[in-house]
Design a protein around this ligand. Structure first.
Ligand code: ZN
Ligand code: ZN
Length: 732
């Protein structure tokens, strides 16, 4: 039986593939190779060598080339990635290559940052030629022979002027060669010489820090701290401690949370080299940061979701900030939860992991309450800040001015007159969510999705926020040709219009995805807002995250009602998290703040509970509801999704999946569906889903393990796409 090399190939093949050793050269796990696949060649990552195989020798192909002189990943890195791909039922190649910097996903060599130069090979030539008739060449050769380590182009030019002609001639004679010069690599890490001294901690912060610091080996902590309670300060103390002990630290933050202010704050305080990884970095910068972390040169890695896969050979602490944030879950391709993988990573490294939030996910709270995680609380705002007062404005049967109630406008005027800032939150961008014909009732529906197209009046277009389809804003009804078209409902653009009329000349900033398209624009607006330059801030979810806006004394929330009766079972949890996060923007400094929430359901019991007793009490009730309904975290789910441009095709495929799953599923594993997705048509494709629900992870995995190969074997038609999502976070 031949022994083979097992390779994770960068292609959707669903499993590791077996190859024969290359004709020459050494292979070890963690090296990239080029392998034949089908009629072409693909990049692969060696996962294991000297493996037995069941394949007959005739079917085995040979590795075509080895791409790396040394492994890029350690055995521990590989085992973590392969574990993740197995748990999330992803493709091993997709998991492994998704974790590498973009250039390394292709057959490209590691970035070489050393400068190019020239060196002499005169010693390697048997007979030194006579250069008396080429004095320039003679001079260059003498210069290079005297500098055996080589010289940069610039150094040669400084000594002898432009020598490109003589250098080419010497190279052609084999007397000199182009080479890389050993020089320090360009910096991928930042470090300031003198870190700032830390401020003192309050009693709760000090207790939390001490508990984590005293832990031995792997343990998980939930740092449950109200907005403004100083979680970051606790992180920084823990980080400094772990760095002093000579180990590395991984800090994960949501995409929108990784602001220049946060980077600067860390850089000012962390007494060691730090690297930053996020999706907006150029490929080469990403690769440098990744390698600095993998080489142990960067001691702290601050990054978004995918940074969880970065090799950190001396990992001693993992922190996940805003652990409830949905952006920590990858929603397409390899669908993983960076928060859950962070816990696994810490377990593998034998170190503590700290999950921090003011509004922990119910899953995380459940783990804290059943003792799997240690629950650390920061119940007080740090400094002298006071909790904001939250008021409900019942807007049933109230006249509204573009969605703004009289109560809200009156309070706004009062705060503005007193010189304070007001923040208005509306999670809907554009001018209005629908355009309608007053004569025949036509509405602006997307032709490719089961959704309405949003009017963006600034650009005079209708846009579908689900598939991106754009149409010029019609001047007459496409149905009855009436010119009486009216916008229905409010988006941020429309509220901005109204506010500019109502408060003429008052500086106002609208902060949403449309107003912050240009790179750096969000930062610019937020910095100006923090300096108090804008008196009114109007925005979407982008404004809800942990930005420090000390001048804001009133937060107005225009509409969160969809969260009270949403069809996703997580809708209420999301609503509560958003409400608490937005409310946390008010009165962060010494000025007390007020939050005014407009609602048509002021008596809703969950809303009442949240406002009266806080997020913890809300979470207790919400967890009881979940337990009653046997929903996560009291059960475990996987969602099979399929879509196709053809009617019925997705449902048909999922019916086959159901038939394949039924005999594999023990009686307490429930199969729901298949059913049309909530948005059945999206971007011209008909979507359906099948839900698997089991009392334990092990039971769920026990069904998925044989089911996935069975589904691949079904060979669905080419236009059908399907995917599996383990621990799905959205049911759309
Ligand atoms: Zn009409
Ligand atoms: Zn659409």
């Amino acid at each position: 039986m031949p022994s083979v090399v097992r390779v994770a190939v960068a292609a959707p093949v669903g499993e590791l593939l077996d190859y024969l050793r290359p004709a020459s050269g050494n292979v070890t796990p963690g090296m990239r190779v080029l392998v034949p696949l089908g009629r072409g060649q693909r990049v692969g990552m060696v996962a294991a060598v000297n493996q037995p195989t069941d394949l007959p020798s005739a079917r085995l192909k040979r590795i075509a080339a080895v791409l790396d002189p040394a492994p890029l990943l350690t055995p521990a890195d590989l085992s973590f990635l392969l574990w993740a791909s197995e748990y999330y039922r992803g493709d091993p190649g997709e998991a492994v290559f998704g974790a590498l910097p973009a250039r390394l996903r292709r057959a490209q060599p590691l970035l070489d940052d050393r400068p190019l130069g020239w060196r002499s090979r005169a010693g390697a030539v048997a007979e030194p030629p006579d250069l008396r008739r080429a004095p320039r060449q003679g001079a260059v050769l003498a210069l290079l022979t005297a500098a055996p380590q080589g010289l940069t182009d610039a150094a040669v030019r400084t000594a002898l002027g432009d020598c490109s002609g003589p250098l080419r001639a010497l190279a052609a004679r084999g007397l000199v060669e182009r080479c890389r010069l050993d020089a320090p690599a360009a910096a991928a890490v930042t470090q300031l010489p003198q870190p700032e001294p830390p401020p003192s901690l309050n009693e709760h912060q000090a207790d939390a820090e001490a508990v984590v610091a005293a832990s031995q080996g792997f343990s998980s902590f939930l740092l449950d701290g109200v907005t403004g309670s100083g979680k970051t300060e606790v992180y920084l103390r823990l980080i400094a401690r772990v760095l002093r002990a000579g180990r590395q630290v991984l800090v994960l933050v949501p995409e929108i949370g990784l602001t220049p202010q946060l980077r600067e704050r860390f850089a000012r305080r962390v007494p060691a080299p730090m690297a930053v990884l996020h999706s907006a970095l150029a490929d080469t910068d990403r690769e440098r940061a990744w390698r600095a972390a993998a080489a142990g040169e960067a001691r702290l890695l601050l990054g978004t979701r995918s940074a969880v896969f970065t090799p950190l050979p001396q990992l001693g602490l993992v922190i996940v900030d805003e652990e409830h944030d949905l952006s920590l879950k990858q929603q397409e391709g390899f669908r993983y939860s960076a928060r859950d993988l962070a816990v696994r990573r810490a377990q593998q490294a034998g170190c503590p992991v700290v999950l921090g939030s003011a509004t922990p996910a119910l899953e995380t709270l459940h783990n804290a309450r059943n003792g799997r995680y240690r629950h650390l609380r920061l119940p007080e705002r740090a400094g002298r800040a006071v909790d904001p007062e939250i008021l409900l404005a019942d807007i049933r049967a109230q006249p509204l001015e573009t969605g703004l109630s009289h109560a809200l406008l009156t309070r706004m005027e009062r705060e503005i007159d007193a010189g304070n800032q007001v923040l208005l939150f509306l999670n809907r961008r554009g001018f209005s969510p629908v355009l309608t014909c007053h004569d025949c009732g036509w509405v602006s529906e997307c032709t490719r999705c089961d959704a309405r197209m949003t009017l963006h009046r600034g650009r005079a277009i209708l846009v579908c926020h689900h598939c991106g389809l754009e149409h010029r804003q019609p001047v007459q009804c496409p149905y009855c040709e009436s010119p009486d078209l009216r916008p229905l409902g409010q988006g941020t653009e429309r509220v901005e219009d109204t506010l500019r009329q109502r408060f003429p000349g008052l500086p106002l900033a609208r902060i949403d995805r449309d107003s912050t398209r240009r790179r750096g624009e969000l930062e610019r607006l937020l910095m100006a807002a923090a300096r108090g330059e804008h008196r009114i801030l109007l925005g979407t979810q982008m404004l809800a995250k942990g930005h420090h806006l000390p001048g804001v004394t009133l937060v107005g929330i225009l509409d969160l009602d969809h969260g009270l009766y949403g069809s996703d079972f997580r809708a209420t949890e999301r609503m509560a998290q958003l409400l608490v996060q937005v409310a946390g923007r008010a009165g962060r400094a010494e000025r007390p703040g007020t939050v005014l929430l407009q609602t048509r359901h002021p008596q809703h019991p969950m809303l009442q509970l949240l406002l009266r007793d806080g997020y913890g009490a809300f979470a207790t009730a919400a967890l009881a509801e979940r337990e009653e309904a046997n929903l996560p975290p009291f059960s475990h789910q996987a969602m099979l999704r399929a879509d196709s441009p053809k009617e019925q095709a997705a449902l048909d495929f999922l019916l086959q999946a159901l038939a394949a799953a039924r005999p594999l599923a023990p009686p307490d594993v429930e199969l729901w569906g298949p059913a049309p997705a909530q948005m059945e048509r999206r971007a011209g494709r008909i979507r359906a889903q099948l839900l698997l629900q089991a009392p334990t992870r092990a039971l769920l995995q026990g069904v998925l393990a044989p089911l996935l190969p069975a589904l691949r074997a079904l060979k669905p038609p080419r236009e059908l796409r399907w995917s599996v999502d383990v621990d799905p976070q959205e049911s759309l």
